[in-house]
Each structure stands twice: as C-alpha cells, then as structure tokens.
Design a protein around this ligand. Sequence first.
Ligand code: NZQ
Ligand code: ZN
Length: 385
Amino acid sequence: MRNFTFHNPTKIIFGKGTIGALKREIPEGKKIMVVYGGGSIKHNGTYEEIMSALEGREVHEFSGVEPNPTYETLMQCVEQVKAKGCDFLIAAGGGSVIDGTKFIAAAALFDDDPWKIIQTFGSCVKQALPFASVLTLPATGSEMNSGSVITRAATKAKLPFNSSKVFPVFSVLDPLKTYTLPPRQVANGIVDAFVHISEQYLTQPAQASVQDRFAEGLLQTLIEEGPLALKDPEHYEVRANIMWCATMALNGLIGAGVPQDWSTHMIGHELTALYGLDHAVTLAIVLPSNLTLRKPSKLEKLAQFGRRVWNIKSGNDEHQATESIRLTREFFESLGVKTRLSDYNIGQEGIEKVVAQLKSHQMIKLGENGEVDLEMSRQILELCL
Ligand code: NZQ
Ligand code: ZN
C-alpha cells in the first residue's frame, strides 16, 4: 500500500426529515445564500424545508445553476454574494449545484481573475466561504469531497478543480428527497458512482485489501440495489443504500493509498462539453472500451473484479477480465444507459474533435500510469463507436 494522508472534514447528517438540522448547524448571524438549479427542489419539499429551517435568518437565493454548471452563470452568483455580503452558502441539489457552489465559495474570496482557479486546477485557492449542501441526487460524491467540475460555455471547456478549502462543512442527505428523480437521473447516478469506484479500483494491485474490499462491496451494492431503485422508486432502504454508496464512492476512502486512473472521466468531460451528453452517459460509453483496450495493464484487477464482484468462477484471468467488462456494459444498458457513441449519433469526426480538445487541455498522459496519450485516447474512442 502506498503512503497516504486521509482527512475528510465534512460532517454527514443522514436520514429521513433531516433538513431541519440546518437550523442548529449554521451559526446565528450568518448571511446565507441558498444556491439551487432549475427548480426541482421546489417540487419535492426541499426548498420549503430549507426555508423553514432558516426562518428568522438573513437569507438570499440564487437559482438557475445548470447541469454541468457554467462559469458564466456562477459568476453572476459570485457578484450577488459579494454585493449582499453573504458569508455562508447552501448548495441545494445535485452534483452540479454543489460543484457550482464550491466555485462560488472560492471565487467570492479570490482577488485575481477567477478563471485562474480552474486554470491552476485549484492550487491557487487559499480560502473559500464556508458552505453546506443539501443533496437531492446521489451520484457525484461532491457532497463529501473537495472536487468540482466547471464548464466555460464560451470555449466549451469542462475542467476540474480541487482544493481542501472547498469541502462542505456539512451535508444533509435525506433519501426521501430522491423519490422525485426521473429514471434517467437515477440511472445516471448509479453509473457515475460505479465508474468512480472503477477509476480507483481497476488499476494495478497495491496490496490494499481494505480499499479493495470496500470498493467491491460498494460495486455489489450498486449492482443489487440500482435496478430496485428504478423498479420501486419509493423504497426507502434502497434509496438510502444508494445514497450512502454514492457518497462513499468518492469521499477519498477507497482511493487512499492506491493508484487512480480517471482517464474515463477526462475523456468523458470532453464529450459533455462538445455534445452535451449527461456526465454519466459519457462514462458508460468510455469505460467498457477503456478497460478493453487497457486490459493488459489492468489484467489482475479486472480478473479480481470478475471473480469477486461478478462471481465468475471459471476460466483464466483473461476470460474473467473479458467477462467482467461485458457484464459491466450489460449492467449499464440494463439501467437504460446506452453505451456506444453511435447510439448518440457521434462518429469518427466527433472523435477527432474530442482528441483535439484533450490536446488543448493538456490531457495527454492520462491513467494511473500515464499510458493514455492522445493516440490511446483515440483508440479508446474508436472502440466506443
Ligand atoms: O436543476 P434542477 O432543477 O435541480 O434539476 C436537476 C438536474 O436537471 C435534476 N434533479 C436533481 N435532484 C433532483 C432532480 N430532479 C428531480 N428530483 C430530484 N431530487 O437532475 C438534473 C441533473 O442534476 P446534476 O446536478 O447535473 O446531476 P449530477 O448530480 O449527476 O451532477 C453532474 C455534475 O457533477 C460533475 C459532473 O461533471 C457534472 O457536471 N461531477 C462532479 C464530481 C465531483 N464534484 O466530485 C465528480 C463527478 O465525476 C462529476 O464529474
Ligand atoms: Zn463522475
């Protein structure tokens, strides 16, 4: 196992009817900005519960953060936060709203061009406003991590930043609030969490038994419970398990002390930026081909994945690895997420555009061992057709 430091300061408040906790968790006297998206929080009681918990406080609100949040929209909120002197933010929604709020929190206290936060992948962030999240879509893990992905609409650049200053102070996870998710977003959330685990687990053996067994348990939970959430949307325990699973998939725990890949995500971000595909859709397209092409360097872990997660008992490592990739693709498809570029009318010409974007964003040595250069990205994408 590699050396690591693990520090996750985000407090999690989990369960039915927990949004009222905002009242006791946010210190008196704070000027609060509630940030949300296109209005889903008004259809499932989230907005009402937040406002009632904050009764008597100074509360402002900013709506309209879009899926794949844009710099352009978020900067409007930064101006309002500054103008009103807000000193505490609440992100109410899915990963996009939480990611957007992380950027707002950092940009509000940044005295240079805020795009530099993204250009430096967050390394120039020295401080940020404190914020909490009220999660309504289990998927990204943003509620308990320090990452964020922002899109500059003008240049079609979708890029991540990371800073220990943008961990949420606390996050409220009420599974009841996920009942209103449309099936497409339920499926997206399952695929996104699945691929987060894959990016940290399907690399090379690091003799990290705890991380491996955690990752395998999380993957099995998604395989078992994911389809049930689609079949029976108001099954509380299923929703609760998926919600906690998605948080645990990307809060630093399973990634500590092991190699990490993330090439599927970086290629996927370009597909979203260019073609507007949902984040999870891009992952469902790229992951199976990425694993297939890089099977030689990932063989041992892929075979372990096959034996322990997919219960493949027969054959050699090569067979088990191949089968595990096939079953993974089948799982995504069974959730209603198509896994081929051609399913979305993207052909060879699109691949050239993605590769050009990767080049311009310096995404030229991806993967846990840097083997995914532009040529390999092209080959992966060609396998996705
Ligand atoms: O905008 P509203 O009206 O709230 O509607 C949203 C949105 O249209 C809707 N929704 C959310 N909760 C709902 C609901 N609809 C009904 N009932 C509910 N309870 O769902 C739509 C999608 O929301 P979004 O926040 O965009 O989805 P998701 O949580 O999948 O977030 C995706 C974003 O997170 C980034 C992605 O790149 C993408 O921009 N990621 C962030 C990561 C991180 N911070 O660690 C890691 C991920 O890999 C990912 O890259
Ligand atoms: Zn993701």
